[in-house]
Design a binder for this molecule. Structure first.
Ligand SMILES: Nc1ncnc2c1ncn2[C@@H]1O[C@H](COP(=O)(O)OP(=O)(O)OP(=O)(O)O)[C@@H](O)[C@H]1O
Length: 250
């Protein structure tokens, strides 16, 4: 995928869900993986021509995984002239050495988000951007259906009251395959994942389920995504379709 296409699809999400306002300071949450590095490129590119001016920073909560090297990410941020902060944490040590958790994902996410939001606030940002994409949204919807008995997925834009911080997900219209294509084309320095439970999670199960459903019923993946968009899911903001590239009110 070309940078131009990435920017166009990102802009569609940003416009239609009014993710960015004049004067925003947005922190990109960087895990080191392909999604968040693609997001960094997307927002860095958008910043150059988007009519609403915003500041961009980047932050990683270092979970403390052995041999996890963030130097290439640091170099990329320096190259793009995006201020970058690494926050050290003991999350790996707590989960895998002390507690020996067999299902560490939800506790890990909770601790990581706490540390990330705190750092973002300290950096003076009012928004934090996550690299979640279309397939993440579909998989989360399926997991919610199967395990919680409700039609739900995370929202494109969420205001966190207690933190006075807004979470945005500008890659929501981008499929994972497009991100892999972008990563390969632009040689993104994605850090190798070291998580012991990778590949054995419920999310992996949902990923494989979507793949199978889509193979057996071509187009099912897109139809599920459309259902999410039009599903009046609790907590989702109003969508302004086709406002893409049209002038928006302040
Ligand atoms: N350690 C972290 N520090 C900062 N931000 C993070 C961290 N981990 C995750 N994030 C943010 O949360 C998003 C979703 O996290 P998740 O663990 O689902 O990532 P992922 O799907 O593996 O994406 P990626 O390819 O970016 O690792 C990431 O895209 C990123 O924006």
């Amino acid at each position: 995928m070309q940078l131009q296409r990435l920017l166009s699809i990102t802009r569609k999400a940003v416009d239609e869900y009014r993710m960015i306002q004049e004067g925003d300071h947005i922190a990109v949450g960087i895990s080191g993986g392909k999604d968040s590095l693609t997001l960094l490129y997307a927002l860095h590119g958008l910043k150059r021509f988007y009519p609403k001016h915003f500041e961009l920073s980047a932050v990683t909560v270092d979970l403390g995984f052995p041999d996890f090297d963030l130097e290439p990410v640091r170099a990329l941020c320096a190259d793009l002239q995006v201020p970058y902060r690494i926050v050290d944490s003991d999350i790996y040590h707590i989960l895998f050495d002390l507690r020996r958790e067999s299902n560490p994902c939800s506790l890990c996410a909770k601790m990581r988000k706490g540390a990330l939001n705190q750092a973002v606030k300290e950096m003076g940002c009012n928004k934090v951007a996550y690299g979640h994409h279309m397939d993440d949204i579909i998989e989360t919807m399926l997991l919610s259906l199967i395990f919680e008995g409700r039609f739900h997925s995370f929202s494109p834009k969420t205001y966190l009251d207690r933190m006075d911080l807004t979470v945005i997900r500008p890659l929501m219209f981008l499929g994972e395959a497009d991100i892999v294509g972008f990563q390969n084309k632009y040689q993104l320095p994605a850090a190798e994942k070291k998580c012991p439970v990778d590949g054995y999670t419920k999310r992996q199960y949902a990923k494989e389920l979507v793949l199978t459903l889509n193979q057996e019923h071509p187009g099912a993946r897109e139809r599920m995504f459309r259902a999410v968009l039009s599903g009046n899911i609790q907590g989702w903001p109003e969508r302004f379709p086709n406002t893409h590239r049209k002038k928006q009110p302040e």
